[in-house]
Design a protein around this ligand. Structure first.
Ligand code: HEC
Length: 173
């Protein structure tokens, strides 16, 4: 016996229904001509199982997303801490707020020397660089090696994990 709720649910899923319309079937499953019949074996159980699997899959994806999101957030938090220790003395992340160095708001993906209210060194202006992640990575490891004569007097951030976290943080600004 098909429970009424399932019968109703099937009406809203015509493409996946298993009902055979009267006259359409040539098989042994054809029933009385006045009402559709249900193919044997295709009871509500299979559907219920599938629904349970789908629901389980959705929950698994949500659980993974919940694990994933804090991982990214943790990298940003770690990056913020690195920024506070290593960069904050000379840089702000507030838009157009310059200190000894230019504002780093939106720096990832920006052309070098692009903050109009900041006066850069000739070396940095002439560099023609764009602050993509790999370029930033090289710069932060050793600023003077990438741009000899840059006004950024900073020896470099030697720890690769710190650089990665810092870049994740800058990217989120
Ligand atoms: C002692 C001060 C000082 C420290 C510390 C410092 N910077 Fe700088 N930074 C500067 C100065 C000055 C410039 C401008 C360089 C120039 O004009 O050649 C600069 C430029 C930059 C630029 C280029 C920005 C642009 O608009 O082209 C980036 C990116 C940068 N700094 C990132 C960092 C990061 C990230 C840190 C922390 C790891 C850091 N800096 C630490 C002083 C500093």
């Amino acid at each position: 016996m098909v429970p009424p709720w399932l019968a109703v649910a099937r009406q809203f899923r015509p493409s996946r229904g298993r009902q055979i319309l009267p006259g359409a079937g040539t098989s042994a499953f054809s029933g009385p001509a006045d009402r559709p019949i249900t193919v044997a074996g295709a009871t509500g159980q299979g559907d219920a199982m599938r629904r349970r699997l789908i629901r389980g899959g959705v929950l698994a994806v949500l659980a993974l997303a919940a694990l994933w999101e804090p991982a990214a957030a943790r990298a940003e938090d770690a990056g913020r801490a690195v920024f506070t220790r290593q960069c904050l003395a000379c840089h702000s992340v507030v838009r157009m707020q310059n200190r000894v160095g230019p504002s780093l708001y939106g720096v990832v993906g920006r052309a070098a020397g692009a903050v109009s209210s900041y006066i850069y060194s000739a070396a940095l202006r002439a560099s023609g660089l764009v602050w993509t992640e790999p370029v930033l990575e090289a710069f932060l490891a050793d600023p003077q090696a990438l741009i000899p004569g840059s006004a950024m007097r900073y020896a470099g951030l030697k720890d690769a994990a710190d650089r990665a976290a810092l870049i994740a943080y800058l990217k989120g600004l």
